[in-house]
Design a protein around this ligand. Structure first.
Ligand code: CTP
Length: 416
């Protein structure tokens, strides 16, 4: 799962109907049910007869804490309704129906509006405007790639269904390719994002993150303690807000947030070379990377050895390009909207304001660097030409969402 961990209670108050159709990925649905409950959702599980061949309703009942429904003819009460209409009652008041796993056959039935089992029946009977249908496909790669399935996917999308996945990778059948269901943590992240407001829909956001590494010789280099967590959290928040996101990352050990295009680089020069051609295609540029200011002027192609003289070698340094300042300098009519970070050890406001002016950017996000590197929480101050605003201490994802909401408000409505 993407770092940082999402704040607890992300799905508080949400009611999710979790539908399982037949497939080996049903075992992942058990973990998904648990993750949804842990995130605060109430989860009503509905299973097809095929799903019950793979996992028992008892397991899902234990994990969701609610009775599992499977038959159209099940006369049990649903949330106080005793009218023997589970297919209606189950989705009334639900925030979404998530079918995970969705088999090829189940998707074909949905497409035709078939209603011959409880799950397809309730999908048809849900209020289409207030209860979205989300499909997490799970099938063999050939089944997924088949024109019939692809035709069904296109038509289901046109009918308003949303798709999470599928993923690519090793499949239960031993083949490798596209069609496996997303992992439970990825589905959770996607669902949390699904419910977030979309102020950046149609926008493109470019982000730099992490440290850079400036090699001295084949085994040594100059770097810093940046973990990249803030930049990765901002990338996730921007995707949640509906943006198309490109993340240029220095050497970090973090999973790529779902839906983000990631470009890995090592040195400041590589970061500069990756960013500059991309910047004009983006609406927003957020520079969170802790770019090394200097690099060794000469790279030794062999490991530098001690020569026995006890005299330490001296390294000549040369300045790296300032990526943020260069992007800001090439802005056309304020696009991309540039956001810089200032990681300071003292006089945060003073240094942030200096950077705002020196780099000619409309917004600097200040934070006390050494205290926050690698941590999961932080405190930020947003500094612009008019003043400053503090974002109080919170986990980095919460701060990233506040920053993204703030940036969205600053964009020219005309360009939206
Ligand atoms: N930055 C950049 N390219 C550089 C140096 C910095 O894009 N070569 C960006 C950072 O990503 C950050 C902002 O500029 O958004 C400020 O970075 P920081 O290292 O705090 O500032 P410097 O310009 O390096 O100034 P100083 O080291 O003197 O504080």
């Amino acid at each position: 799962m993407t770092d940082p961990t999402p704040p607890r209670g992300e799905l508080d108050g949400r009611h999710i109907v979790l539908g399982l159709s037949g497939g080996i990925a049903c075992y992942k649905a058990a973990e998904l049910a648990r993750a949804l409950v842990k995130a605060g959702a109430t989860v009503q599980v509905v299973m097809t007869a095929s799903a019950e061949q793979f996992i028992t309703p008892l397991t899902l009942q234990a994990l969701s804490g609610r009775p599992v429904f499977g038959s159209t003819w099940d006369a049990r009460e649903v949330d106080g309704h005793a009218n023997n209409m589970a297919h209606i009652n189950l989705t009334r008041g639900a925030d979404a129906v998530l079918v995970a796993p969705a088999s090829a056959d189940f998707m074909a039935r949905l497409l035709h509006g078939r209603a011959d089992d409880l799950l397809s029946l309730l999908c048809l009977a849900r209020a289409i405007d207030s209860c979205p249908l989300i499909i997490a496909p799970a099938m063999n790669r050939e089944m997924w790639a088949h024109p019939a399935t692809q035709r069904n996917v296109a038509q289901l999308r046109a009918d308003g269904a949303h798709f999470f996945g599928p993923d690519s990778g090793a499949q239960a059948c031993g083949e490798v390719g596209e069609g496996r269901m997303l992992e439970p943590d990825d589905l959770l992240e996607a669902l949390i994002g699904f419910f977030r407001p979309k102020p950046l829909a149609g926008r493109r956001v470019l982000i730099t993150a992490g440290p850079t590494f400036e090699p001295i010789d084949p085994v040594r280099g100059i770097t810093n303690l940046s973990s990249g967590k803030m930049g990765f959290a901002i990338a996730r928040a921007a995707v949640e807000a509906g943006a198309e996101v490109t993340l240029v990352a220095g050497p970090v050990h973090l999973a790529t947030p779902r839906g983000v295009r990631r470009i890995d680089v090592r040195t400041a020069q590589q970061m500069f070379d990756a960013v500059m051609p991309l910047a004009p295609e983006h609406d927003v540029f957020i520079a969170t990377a802790a770019v090394a200011d200097w690099r060794p002027a000469h790279l030794s192609d062999q490991k530098i050895k001690k020569d026995g003289s006890k005299v330490a070698p001296l390294f000549e340094l040369t300045e790296n390009p300032d990526i943020l300042a260069a992007v800001a300098q090439h802005c056309v009519a304020g696009r991309p909207f540039c956001v810089g970070f200032a990681a300071e050890s003292h006089d945060l406001l003073k240094h942030s304001r200096e950077k705002l002016e020196r780099k000619r950017v409309p917004l600097i996000v200040g934070n006390l660097g050494p205290a926050t590197f690698g941590r999961d929480d932080n405190t930020l101050v947003l500094v612009d030409a008019h003043g400053h605003r503090e974002l109080p201490q919170a986990d980095k994802l919460t701060l990233a969402r506040s920053l993204i909401a703030d940036v969205a408000l600053r964009l020219e409505p005309a360009a939206r």
